[in-house]
Design a protein around this ligand. Structure first.
Ligand SMILES: NC(=O)c1ccc[n+]([C@@H]2O[C@H](COP(=O)([O-])OP(=O)(O)OC[C@H]3O[C@@H](n4cnc5c(N)ncnc54)[C@H](O)[C@@H]3O)[C@@H](O)[C@H]2O)c1
Ligand SMILES: CC(C)[C@H](C(=O)O)[C@@H](O)C(=O)O
Ligand SMILES: [Mg+2]
Length: 383
C-alpha cells in the first residue's frame, strides 16, 4: 500500500460537477484495482455559482490549499450568465495556472474505434496527437489575473501577448521530451512549432527559442507552421500530426477544433503541468446547454484523471499510480472497441452515469488480470 496523496478537487459549475464525480469514481476504482491507497480529496468551492453566492470566485484559502496538494483536479468553471463588470467571466483556474506556473498544457487527441467520425477518410481512424498549449502567458497574459487588461475609458482596451524566454525554453524542452517519449512508443516523434512568426515579433521570438533548443534533440524531426495553415491541416490531414507546440490562445482554439475531429469536447482531456504541481481537467467547459440532464460525456474528465495518475506515478515514483492510469486507458480503448461505450454526445444511448458504470465494469473485468500479473496488462496512457 502506498502513502495517501492529496488531490485538491474543484468540481466547479454545470457539467463540471457531473464529470468530476465520474472521474473521481473511476480514479478510485483503478487505484483499488492495482492495490494502491486512495487519495484524500480536499474539495474546494470555486466558480461562477460560488461567485454569485459570495462575491468571491474561490474559497478564501482555496488557492493556497490547491498548491499544497499533490495535484489539482478540476471539473469546469464559469457560466456565461455570471460576469465581471468588464464583461469577462469568472475564471479562477486562470489564476491557478499563473500562480503555480502551469506552463505545459498537454491536450491529447486520439481517435477511438466506433466513434462516428466527421472525416470520411479512413486514415482518420489513426488520429493520435498531442497539442502542447503554453498555458500561462501568450495572449492570455493579461487574462491570467483579472484586472491586468488595460482599459482606456470607453475608447480602447489592450490585452498583452507576452512571450518570455524563461517559459518558452521550458515549454519547448517539455515538447521535445514528449515527442521523444512518444517516439519510444512507436509514434513518429515529430514536433511542429505552431506560431505566427511572419507577423508578430513575440511569436518570431517563440520560434527562435524553439530553434535554439532543437539541437539538444537531434533524434526528433521538426517542422514549423503558421497557425492558420496548421488549422487547415488539422482538418485536411490530422493523421500526419504527432506533437504540436504552440502559444496559449492558438492552443486553446486548435484543441477544441481537434476535439471535434475525434467525437467532441467530451473526449478532450487536459493536464497543465508546472515545476511543482499539475492541474488536470477536461478541456471543455460547464456546457450550460446540457447541464443537469445526465447528457455529458465524462470521458474527457476520466482521461484527464488518467493523465493525473500517470503524472503522479512518474513524479513521485509510484508505479502503481502509473499502472492505474494505464488501466483506465485500456478500459476506455476496449470499451470503444467492443462498442460498450456509446455516449449521447455522438449519438449513442448512454448518459454520464451509464458511461461511468460501464467503465467501472470494464475496469473490474481487467482487474483480476492486473492483480495476478498474468500478462493481460494495461497499455500506456495516450500522451
Ligand atoms: N476549463 C474550464 O473550466 C472551461 C473551459 C471552457 C469553457 N468554460 C466555460 O464554460 C461555459 C460554457 O462554455 P462553452 O459553451 O463555450 O464551451 P463548452 O465546452 O462548455 O461547450 C461547447 C459545446 O460542447 C458541448 N460539450 C462540452 N463538453 C461536453 C461533454 N463532456 N459531453 C458532451 N458535450 C459536451 C456543449 O454541450 C456545447 O455544445 C462558459 O462559461 C465558459 O467560459 C470553462
Ligand atoms: C474557460 C477558459 C478560461 C479556458 C481557457 O481558455 O483556457 C478554456 O477554454 C480551456 O480551454 O481550458
Ligand atoms: Mg478552451
Amino acid at each position: 500500500m502506498t502513502t495517501r496523496l492529496t488531490i485538491a478537487l474543484i468540481k466547479g459549475d454545470g457539467i463540471g460537477i457531473e464529470v468530476a464525480d465520474s472521474a473521481v469514481r473511476i480514479v478510485n476504482a483503478s487505484l483499488s484495482a492495482v492495490g494502491a491507497s486512495l487519495p484524500i480529496y480536499d474539495e474546494i468551492q470555486a466558480g461562477a455559482a460560488y461567485f454569485r453566492q459570495t462575491g468571491a470566485d474561490i474559497e478564501p484559502d482555496g488557492e493556497a490549499r490547491a498548491g499544497e496538494a499533490d495535484a489539482i483536479f478540476l471539473g469546469a468553471v464559469g457560466l456565461p450568465s455570471v460576469r465581471h463588470a468588464d464583461g469577462t467571466e469568472i475564471s479562477p483556474h486562470l489564476r491557478l495556472r499563473d500562480r503555480y506556473g502551469l506552463y505545459a498544457g498537454i491536450r491529447p487527441v486520439k481517435a477511438y474505434p466506433n466513434i462516428p467520425r466527421r472525416l470520411a477518410d479512413p486514415r482518420a481512424a489513426g488520429i493520435d496527437m498531442v497539442i502542447l498549449r503554453e498555458s500561462t502567458e501568450g495572449l492570455f497574459y493579461s487574462a491570467a489575473v483579472h484586472g491586468r487588461s488595460k482599459i482606456v475609458g470607453d475608447e480602447a482596451v489592450y490585452d498583452t501577448l507576452r512571450i518570455s524566454r524563461a517559459v518558452s525554453e521550458k515549454l519547448h524542452r517539455f515538447a521535445f521530451r514528449l515527442a521523444r517519449k512518444r517516439k519510444a512508443r512507436g509514434r513518429p516523434g515529430k514536433l511542429t512549432c505552431v506560431d505566427k512568426a511572419n507577423v508578430f515579433a513575440s511569436l518570431a521570438f517563440f520560434r527562435r527559442i524553439f530553434d535554439e533548443i532543437r539541437p539538444e534533440f537531434p533524434d526528433i524531426e521538426i517542422a514549423h507552421a503558421y497557425v492558420d495553415a496548421q488549422a487547415l491541416d488539422l482538418v485536411r490531414k490530422p493523421w500526419d500530426v504527432d506533437v504540436l507546440v504552440t502559444e496559449n490562445m492558438f492552443g486553446d482554439i486548435l484543441s477544441d477544433l481537434a476535439g471535434g475531429l475525434v467525437g467532441g469536447m467530451g473526449m478532450a482531456a487536459c493536464g497543465e503541468i508546472g515545476d511543482e504541481i499539475g492541474l488536470f481537467q477536461p478541456a471543455h467547459g460547464s456546457a450550460p446547454d446540457i447541464m443537469g440532464r445526465d447528457k455529458a460525456n465524462p470521458l474527457a474528465a476520466i482521461l484527464s484523471g488518467a493523465l493525473m495518475l500517470d503524472y503522479l506515478g512518474e513524479k513521485l515514483a509510484l508505479p502503481e499510480y502509473s499502472a492505474a492510469a494505464a488501466l483506465i486507458e485500456t478500459a476506455v480503448a476496449r470499451g470503444f472497441l467492443a462498442n460498450r461505450l456509446r455516449p449521447v454526445e455522438f449519438g449513442g444511448d448512454m448518459g454520464t452515469k451509464a458511461v461511468t458504470c460501464e467503465l467501472l465494469a470494464l475496469i473490474e473485468a481487467l482487474s483480476p488480470h492486473i492483480r495476478a500479473g498474468r500478462g493481460e496488462g494495461a497499455d500506456t496512457v495516450a500522451s
